[in-house]
Write a protein that binds this ligand. Structure first.
Ligand code: HEM
Length: 500
């Protein structure tokens, strides 16, 4: 049989199988949520476009906030209203607390041995407990306040020189570099390593992890590598592994040489090697080198890949809205001491800053579709049948624009909409869940928010920001890039003007 006849036969068989499944679920009275008709084999994959959050929102306007689509052979539910998100992430949190097995985690997360892409169960629970305790408690975060102040001080000093020279600054790049520096100090106890480009590597990994990879949805097409993902994952996996090996082996060497005064996160992880991680009530697990690398990588991605995206959008919106910028600077003037240095104890006093951050994150959530979930049991939600193994996508970008919960001018940037509101970012108010919610909600939220508040406050307190070459603010490009996170498509360029 020729390869083309074989492929044709395969396509026919898969289409037949999908059709029989559809008939069977209809016959069993298992009503799926409404959704657009899919094509044989690929289902609705062709409808995603370059910015899937926007395509999903358009489709949801027609089919409703609990929408059913098929991505290849994977039944998928897309949630587009706060009420729908609450049903899945709070009411039935446990059922939807797993993550799908995807090619990216196989190649980039050592077979999903970290935290973020690991299936729901005791291993994930223990890794999460352990990382939270060792890195993400308020006490741990506070213990790095001095380091953050120092790193931010260096950037401010650099920007002051740029201001004197009236230089155009790549704000996106500078902020991403600052967050990278802070991450190095926090996780590896040292300054940035110029031997490799960790930030660029993580940005590529986030882009590829967020992309809809046909191989995940139509497994029999995987050997053809139609999008070139297998090739790119393999290459990226090698780069990431080399970087982690260097970091880890240098930590091991320092420990042997007795050169370590303070233990950092990598040291703590290494001290756990080949020991069971603490489980009082559950199965125990031994962490080998690949587990350790996967967990460290998740912490790197969580740290490096997120806060800078939020910050570049906040600064973009502030530059586009001089009235808001001025109001925020006035607030900063009343709270920050005359030395001009924003201290972390000042942050809770900055109420308008808090509103500005919420408003920008509402319009530009860092992870527009959160991180995909997978259901672990068959379940009925609002009369709809959701089969076990369904992919659940929460369109948090659409939640932020839902006209039923926000006012009519929903697309406007107006921090004042939060005056007198007690909506917070903790995952309890489903119209604003940039950190997700429930068991799989972001464990790094407090660290992320501290970074965002501190950096925005300091950069806005010390500088006014002008667009290059007198560009009118209306011309500032606002295009997005889609991946696991949603950064600006083009870096934010601006000229700092020192204020203090
Ligand atoms: C602005 C900053 C951040 C944003 C917007 C953000 C957003 C998110 C979102 C949306 C999720 C998925 C939640 C869900 O499925 O319900 C998530 C998960 C996660 N985040 Fe963050 N994050 C941020 C910072 C951080 C930081 C600083 C770290 C760690 C150092 C981190 C580590 C993680 C991990 C490990 C997960 C997976 C949790 C799990 O699956 O159990 N994040 N984050």
């Amino acid at each position: 049989m020729s390869p083309s006849t074989l492929a044709g036969l395969l396509v026919l068989l898969v289409s037949l199988w999908q059709f029989i499944n559809l008939l069977r679920s209809k016959k069993n009275g298992r009503k799926l949520p409404p959704g657009p008709q899919g094509l044989p084999i690929i289902g609705n994959l062709h409808m995603l476009g370059n910015l899937p959050h926007r395509s999903f929102q358009k489709l949801a306007k027609k089919y409703g906030p609990i929408m059913s689509i098929r991505l290849g052979s994977v039944p998928t539910i897309v949630l587009s209203s706060p009420q729908a998100a609450e049903l899945f992430l709070r009411t039935h949190d446990r059922i939807f607390a797993s993550r799908p097995k995807v090619q990216s985690s196989e190649y980039l997360s050592y077979g999903a041995k970290g935290m973020a892409f690991t299936e729901y169960g005791p291993y994930w629970r223990n890794v999460r407990k352990f990382c939270t305790l060792e890195l993400l408690t308020t006490m741990k975060i506070d213990s790095f306040a001095g380091m953050r102040r120092e790193e931010l001080g260096l950037l401010v000093k650099w920007l002051k020189d740029a201001a004197v020279a009236r230089e155009v600054v790549d704000v996106s790049e500078k902020v991403a570099g600052l967050i990278e520096d802070m991450t190095y100090k926090m996780l590896f106890g040292r300054s940035k390593d110029e031997r490799f480009d960790l930030k660029g590597t993580i940005q590529e990994a986030m882009f590829m992890t967020g992309a809809f990879n046909i191989a995940d949805f139509v497994p029999f097409l995987r050997p053809l590598d139609l999008q070139g993902f297998t090739r790119r994952f393999t290459a990226l996996g090698i780069v990431i592994d080399n970087i982690l090996e260097i970091i880890i082996s240098e930590h091991e060497q320092d420990a042997i040489n007795g050169q370590k005064l303070n233990r950092d996160f990598v040291d703590v992880m290494l001290s756990m090697k080949n020991k069971p991680i603490n489980t009082h009530d559950e199965l125990s697990y031994t962490l080998d080198r690949s587990n350790i690398k996967a967990i460290i990588l998740d912490m790197i991605v969580g740290s490096i890949g997120t806060s800078h995206t939020a910050i570049e959008w906040i600064l973009t919106e502030l530059i586009r809205h001089p009235r808001v910028m001025k109001k925020l600077q006035d607030e900063l003037k009343t709270v920050i001491a005359v030395d001009g240095i924003v201290k972390e104890i000042d942050l809770p006093k900055l109420e308008y800053l808090d509103m500005v951050i919420k408003e920008s994150i509402r319009l530009h959530p860092v992870a527009p579709l959160l991180v995909p979930r997978e259901s672990i049991e068959d379940i009925k939600v609002q009369g709809y049948y959701i089969p076990k193994g369904s992919r659940v996508i929460v369109n948090t970008w659409a939640l932020g624009l839902d006209p039923n919960v926000w006012s009519a001018n929903v697309a406007d940037f107006s921090p004042e909409r939060f005056i007198g509101s007690n909506i917070d970012l903790l995952g309890r108010d489903f119209q604003l869940i940039p950190f997700g919610s429930g068991r799989r909600g972001c464990p790094g939220m407090n660290l992320g928010l501290t970074n965002i508040r501190l950096v925005v406050a300091q950069l806005v307190h010390c500088f006014n920001w002008e667009l290059p070459n007198g560009m009118p603010i209306g011309e500032l490009d606002m295009s997005e890039n889609f991946g696991l996170s949603m950064p600006r498509a083009n870096h934010l360029l601006a000229v700092p003007i020192a204020r203090l």
